[in-house]
Ligand binder design. Sequence first.
Ligand SMILES: [Zn+2]
Length: 246
Amino acid sequence: MEFCKTLAVTLNRVDYSNTSQIATFYTLNYGKLRALARGSKRMGKKAPGSIDLFSYNEIIFLKKEPGNLHLLTEWELLEDFPAFRKEIERFYSACYVVELLNKLSEEGETDKPLFHLLLDTLHSLSRDNNKDLSLLTFELQLLKHLGYLPGLGECTQCGKKFPRNSGAVFSSFQRGLVCKTCHGHSEGGDGLGLSPPALSTANFLAGCKLSAINRLHVPQKVREELKRLSTEYLSQIWGRPVGTWR
Ligand SMILES: [Zn+2]
């Protein structure tokens, strides 16, 4: 048995009993994990305190064998993002972020940069006024981290770099971004065209720091293209449309 201490963001929590909850965290040192929090619903002076959605905590847990629930022994709230409880738009955006990460990530795979991406995104959504770009950046970088986003710079079919100012086509049939030549040869005939500015913006967002997007001007048309691209990718991974849920 081993006690582990780490920084953690709450992705989800469900009731386990009248007084306890099962919390899902994305942690700095252990990736996603689920733990039983005894007494987390208790009220009163000696209660350990609740575990809120999106909250940023330092936790200590007793590590159990793979497949078993870990046991949370201590948790200290570091930040609870009050802005999400004041504005419904911010609240829903944050819900989407934690739910998307929860659905797409596997337990026990450590990814420190992904933890920082999650925390930066929550900070950006709670503070800044460019929700759409923050969400797009999060989606693209999440897809990249989880290995779902093959190079945005080259064709997934022939491997050649996309020529300058040529754009690309997203084809679910060919499972990714392809050049116009390869798309022309495909049997599927489906495809979502991506203009050259949209392609270069996608490349930038997939690799930038979230603080950099505040200075970025992205025309509405390009935003729409990128939103469609991200929705297509996510729907493909999911195996069903994510449009409404998004
Ligand atoms: Zn190609």
